[in-house]
Design a protein around this ligand. Structure first.
Ligand code: NDP
Length: 247
């Protein structure tokens, strides 16, 4: 198993891509901390699924946009396990709408969850990973950070910020054997894309060379690769998992 004895934390691990990632990392041998915001039932369900497939893990409630709460969460993990090998910054949300109609509070929520949340978690783990002289951080960005999307200026900005953060932190921490990469999913079939009207989904599908929306497992497989020794010479990269939607 590629991730035997590794300790991993997946933010937003209760649903969608985070859930699939928790399952995949656990299947590859990692102990998985499954973070969630409010949906404890979904987090428990993910943990049960992990355990049913022979894996081990634990759920952790924490709002990633809250700097102090994140410090407390990461300290708890390190106190319990003595290390943290893999951080997956997956928690995210969107409030779509044209710029002209975007409320300041909605803009702030997207930036605070999607971008500041990644800063909060990276900031909290770096000292420990530097001490370990080893670590993997995988940040989930989005195809819309690369291509733009009308109605998603706030979301796209937060996700584009993650790319800048990923590349800069990869330069800061490369000498300490810490690899930081980003994964940019295209349109993935999760709660987040349930809000798309069937006609819009079809329009998206028509633009995808592979002819289908992605599954959370498609993304999880790439995240697991980046977390593994197979990816030990990759850092500062953005891997698109989008069926060819953006090349
Ligand atoms: P979902 O809406 O299915 O799940 C979102 C997850 O994030 C949930 O586990 C949720 O917890 C958690 N979450 C939200 N806000 C916070 C917070 N403040 N603190 C901690 N956890 C939080 O999303 P997806 O699985 O679709 O998306 C996962 C990631 O992938 C996101 O970053 C998203 O932007 C990105 N992405 C998704 C794409 C898609 O097409 N689906 C495309 C490109 C990128 P809870 O269950 O408690 O609410």
């Amino acid at each position: 198993m590629r991730l035997e004895d590794k300790i991993a934390l997946i933010t937003g691990g209760s649903r969608g891509i985070g859930r699939a990632t928790a399952l995949r990392l656990a299947r590859e041998g990692a102990f998985v901390y499954i973070n969630f915001l409010t949906n404890e039932t979904a987090a428990i369900d993910t943990l049960k699924a992990v355990e049913e497939t022979g894996g081990n893990g634990k759920i952790l409630q924490c709002d990633v946009s809250d700097f102090q709460a994140v410090q407390t969460m990461i300290k708890a993990v390190i106190n319990e396990k003595g290390k943290l090998d893999i951080l997956i910054n997956n928690a995210g949300m969107t409030i779509d709408g044209l710029m002209a109609r975007t409320k300041e509070s909605d803009w702030d929520r997207m930036i605070n969850t999607n971008l500041k949340g990644v800063f909060n978690c990276c900031q909290a783990v770096t000292r420990q990973m530097m001490r370990q002289r080893k670590g993997r951080i995988i940040n989930i960005t989005s195809v819309v950070a690369q291509a733009g999307n009308a109605g998603q200026t706030g979301y796209a900005s937060s996700k584009a910020g993650i790319i800048g953060l990923t590349k800069s932190l990869a330069k800061e921490l490369g000498s300490r054997n810490i690899c930081i990469n980003a994964v940019a999913p295209g349109f993935i079939d999760t709660d987040m894309t349930q809000m798309l009207a069937p006609a819009d989904k079809q329009m998206v599908r028509d633009q995808i060379p592979l002819g289908r929306l992605g599954k959370p497992e498609d993304v999880a497989a790439v995240v697991a690769f980046l977390a593994s020794e197979d990816a030990s010479y990759l850092t500062g990269q953005v891997l698109g998992v989008n069926g060819g939607l953006y090349m």
